[in-house]
Unconditional design. Structure first.
Length: 431
C-alpha cells in the first residue's frame, strides 16, 4: 500500500492520540493473570495490541472489547489454559517477549510465532534468562521464532541484561511472578518502567533502586494480583511524530491532549528542548500510576544535538523521527549507542539512512547510530517503510518539509500502532 504525502504550509490545532501501545499490551497481559475484573479505557486500537487480546483469549481468558474499552475477566497466575493452536504475535516484539515470560511459568507447552519480520528478530536475550529460571525454550537456530516454550515451576535469579531493554526486563519480571523467592533484573541504564508500575498497582511486591551497577528492579514471587481500572494516556511515541512535525514546519502550533509523560519515555522532549524546540507541558496529572498532561509545540528553528549513552533507552523508539528533526537543525547531529535499532521491526539505522538520502539528506551511517548534517532542503521521493510502522510515519513527517510530493511504500504497517495517523496529520494542515 502506497501513501502520498504533500508538503505542509503549517500545522495548527488540537488533537487526541490513541492509547499508549506499551501500556495497552501490559494492561491485557497483567489483567489476564490477575484475580477479578480489569476495566481498561482508551485501549490502543493498533493491530499489535489486538494480537495481545487474541493471544490471551486463546489461553482461556474472557476479554470484551467495545469502543476502545476493554473488560478482562482475570484467571489468576495459574489459571491460563493450553492453547489448541500456536499463539501468533504478528509484528509485535513486545507481545512475544512479555508473553514468553508469562508462559514460562505455566504448566503446559506453548508455541509463539510471528510474521516474516518478527521471525527474523533475535530472541536470545529472553531465552537465556528464562532458561536460567527453569523454562525449556527452543527456537530456530536457538534464537529465532517460532519459540517453543515448556513452562513449569521456576526459580528466582538475579540477571544483568547486556543491553537495557524494557521487553527483556519485563519478561524476567513476569516470569518472576511464578518463582519462589525474589527475582531481580539489573540494567546499566533504566528502560521504560510501565511493567513495574502496573504490577505494583496490581498488588505485586516491587523493589526498585539505583546502584553503582545501574538500575535494578526486584519482584517477589507468587503474589495475589487483583484487577484494575485504568484509563490509558495517549501514546508519547505516537505524539512524537506530531511534536517533531510542529517543531519543523514553519508557522505551526499544535496541542496534544492527555499524553503519557512517564519519565522513562521523556527523552525525546528533553533532547528537542536541547535543540531549542518550543515545547510546553500543561495540566499535568496522574492516572493509574502513570503521569500525563497536555503537550503544546510551536515551530522554532532547531540546533544540532548529540545523543548517546543513558539517554538512548528513554527515546529508542523515537529516534526515527528525531533523525528527521536533525535534518532541519543547524549544524551536525550525532546519534550513538543505538545499535539496538538494528534489531527492531527492521534495521532502523539502515532504513533511515537509505530513505533520508533518497530525500536529499546528508547522513552517514554508523554501526550504532548516524551522523546527520542539518539545514539541507529535502525533496519528495519514493521511499519504503521496510515493514516498519515508525519508519513509515517518520518519513511522512519528513515529507511535510520536502519540496514536492513523497510516496511511502509499505504504508499498511502503520496499522500495527496508529490506524488513522495520516487522517489526524491532515486534520492539522492549514493554508
Amino acid at each position: 500500500m502506497k501513501q502520498r504525502v504533500a508538503p505542509a504550509k503549517s500545522l495548527r490545532g488540537e488533537i487526541a492520540l490513541p492509547g499508549d501501545k506499551s501500556i495497552s499490551h501490559r494492561a491485557t497481559l497483567i489483567g489476564s493473570i490477575s484475580q477479578g475484573i480489569s476495566q481498561i479505557e482508551n485501549y490502543c486500537p493498533g493491530e499489535d495490541c489486538n494480537r495481545t487480546i487474541e493471544a490471551m483469549r486463546q489461553l482461556g481468558v474472557e476479554i470484551v472489547l467495545r469502543g476502545g474499552k476493554l473488560r478482562i475477566y482475570g484467571r489468576g497466575l495459574q489459571g491460563l489454559s493450553k492453547s489448541p493452536a500456536e499463539l501468533y504475535a504478528g509484528n509485535s516484539g513486545t507481545l512475544m517477549r512479555l508473553l514468553a515470560g508469562i508462559l514460562s511459568g505455566q504448566p503446559f507447552e506453548s508455541v509463539l510465532a510471528g510474521d516474516q519480520y518478527l521471525n527474523r528478530r533475535p530472541m536470545k536475550r529472553i531465552i537465556e534468562p528464562l532458561s536460567l529460571m527453569g523454562a525449556e525454550i527452543s527456537g530456530d537456530k536457538d534464537q529465532y521464532p517460532p519459540l517453543k516454550i515448556k513452562g513449569g515451576r521456576l526459580r528466582p535469579i538475579c540477571y544483568h541484561t547486556p543491553i537495557p531493554s524494557a521487553q527483556v526486563k519485563s519478561a524476567i519480571l513476569l516470569a518472576g511472578l511464578h518463582a519462589d523467592g525474589q527475582t531481580t533484573a539489573v540494567e546499566t541504564a533504566q528502560s521504560r518502567d510501565h511493567t513495574e508500575r502496573m504490577l505494583r498497582a496490581g498488588g505485586a511486591e516491587i523493589e526498585r533502586q539505583s546502584t553503582k551497577q545501574g538500575y535494578q528492579v526486584s519482584i517477589k514471587g507468587n503474589p495475589r494480583l487483583f484487577g484494575q481500572n485504568l484509563s490509558i494516556p495517549g501514546d508519547i511515541s505516537s505524539a512524537a511524530f506530531f511534536v517533531v512535525a510542529a517543531a519543523i514546519v514553519p508557522g505551526s502550533q499544535v496541542v496534544m491532549k492527555d499524553v503519557g509523560l512517564n519519565p522513562t519515555r521523556y527523552g525525546l522532549l528533553e533532547v528537542l528542548r536541547r535543540m531549542e524546540a518550543d515545547i510546553r507541558v500543561e495540566n499535568q496529572r496522574e492516572q493509574g500510576g502513570e503521569p500525563g498532561g497536555d503537550l503544546g509545540v510551536n515551530f522554532s528553528p532547531l540546533q544540532a544535538v548529540k545523543v548517546e549513552g543513558k539517554m538512548i533507552p528513554t527515546l529508542i523508539d523515537e529516534i526515527p523521527v528525531l533523525a528527521v528533526a536533525a535534518t532541519q537543525a543547524r549544524g551536525e547531529s550525532v546519534i550513538r549507542d543505538a545499535g539496538d535499532l538494528r534489531k527492531k521491526e527492521t534495521d532502523r539505522i539502515a532504513a533511515l539512512v537509505t530513505n533520508l538520502r533518497k530525500m536529499g539528506a546528508v547522513i552517514e551511517e554508523l554501526a550504532d547510530g548516524m551522523v546527520i548534517e542539518g539545514e539541507h532542503r529535502l525533496s519528495g521521493a519514493l521511499v519504503e517503510s521496510f515493514g516498519d510502522h515508525r519508519i513509515a510515519m517518520a518519513l511522512a513527517v519528513a515529507a511535510l518539509v520536502a519540496q514536492g510530493e513523497t510516496t511511502i511504500d509499505g504504508w499498511e504497517w502503520t496499522l500495527t500502532s496508529f490506524p488513522g495517523f495520516i487522517e489526524k496529520l491532515d486534520s492539522l494542515r492549514k493554508g
